[in-house]
Write a protein that binds this ligand. Structure first.
Ligand SMILES: Nc1ncnc2c1ncn2[C@@H]1O[C@H](COP(=O)(O)OP(=O)(O)OP(=O)(O)O)[C@@H](O)[C@H]1O
Ligand SMILES: Cc1ncsc1CCO
Ligand SMILES: [Mg+2]
Length: 280
């Protein structure tokens, strides 16, 4: 039988939430969800800064603990900013996360993602359709959303194999593909996470927030694999509690309740008992 995720990462699950210090995370991100992302970081007791002008980087990078690069809103300026920040993070050894928003939709975003990969970021993440396209597989994603068709067991095995071969060239990067099942692949192993509720697909920015939470945990010093597994599980457990407390079913109140849990769930000592997932 495969090992339970809470056994593989027992120490990180036990000691990470609530955060004992406040990592400062620079997020270069999209205008749609920038406010949700900044607040989500504050709710878990991290600190956001949304600085994207390259002139600021030399000063800024002496202060930040981690960097998030989100491809959700590309302009000529933001492209330069993402690429400059990505190489600056590599030079200054700051942990970084790349979120592949919309990579399944356009060649421009795909090309930027491949350039950012050359910096060997700590984590590259996206929804399952974005990560399929990134890994060179056929993808049926639409816009910034993942597609059900890419979530079948066969599609997941195909993606696992493609990511495993990427880890041979990029052994210091952990890859995360999100959806009903979340797939985590690194040079150290492969895991599937099984928390969350379908309503998470019905409000915008859930994946963006997960990217920012991962960056915060990297900023605290967790390993790449620990940061990904604990951040995804925590967010998805927040959503499970929110769904259970939302009898009318409205998505706007589900959203508020999910975000509320970011600041509440860690005080429930038993949240780790809700976590589902295993090594594959
Ligand atoms: N059907 C589902 N069942 C359970 N959890 C889900 C489901 N869909 C998404 N999630 C969870 O929601 C979070 C976001 O995943 P998703 O794949 O929707 O990201 P995304 O498409 O990048 O989101 P966004 O574009 O809104 O930022 C992840 O933590 C994932 O595990
Ligand atoms: C960037 C973006 N565009 C539409 S929704 C959204 C946020 C999901 O990532
Ligand atoms: Mg996304």
């Amino acid at each position: 039988m495969s090992q339970k995720i809470t056994e593989v990462f027992a120490q990180a699950f036990k000691t990470t939430f609530p955060l004992k210090s406040s990592p400062l995370v620079d997020c270069i991100t999209n205008a749609v969800t920038i406010e949700s992302m900044a607040n989500a970081l504050l709710y878990i007791n991290a600190k956001p800064i949304m600085a994207d002008v390259p002139e600021e980087f030399p000063e800024l990078f002496t202060q930040i603990d981690a960097l998030l690069l989100n491809l959700g809103h590309i302009s000529a300026e933001r492209k330069d900013s993402l690429l400059a920040a990505g190489s600056y993070a590599a030079e200054t050894h700051k942990p970084s996360v790349v979120d592949l928003v919309g990579v399944s939709a356009t060649q421009l975003r795909y090309d930027i993602s491949q350039q950012l990969l050359q910096n060997h970021p700590n984590v590259i993440k996206g929804n399952i359709s974005e990560v399929r396209r990134f890994a060179g597989l056929k993808s049926t994603g639409r816009g910034v959303d993942g597609s059900q068709l890419d979530q079948s067991a066969d599609a997941l095995s195909e993606l696992t194999a493609a990511l495993q071969s990427l880890t041979q060239q990029y052994p210091n990067t952990t890859f995360l593909a999100t959806g009903e099942t979340d797939l985590v692949v690194s040079a150290k192993g492969q895991w599937q996470l099984k928390n969350g509720v379908p309503q998470l697909d019905r409000f915008t920015g859930t994946g963006d927030i997960v990217g920012a939470l991962i960056a915060a945990l990297l900023g605290l010093g967790l390993t790449n694999d620990e940061a990904v597994v604990v951040a995804v599980s925590y967010f998805n457990c927040c959503a499970e509690v929110a769904a259970a407390q939302n009898p009318e079913g409205g998505i706007a109140s589900f959203r508020t309740k999910t975000l509320n849990q970011l600041s509440l769930l860690a005080d429930k000592t038993d949240w780790v008992e809700m976590v589902k997932g295993e090594a594959v």
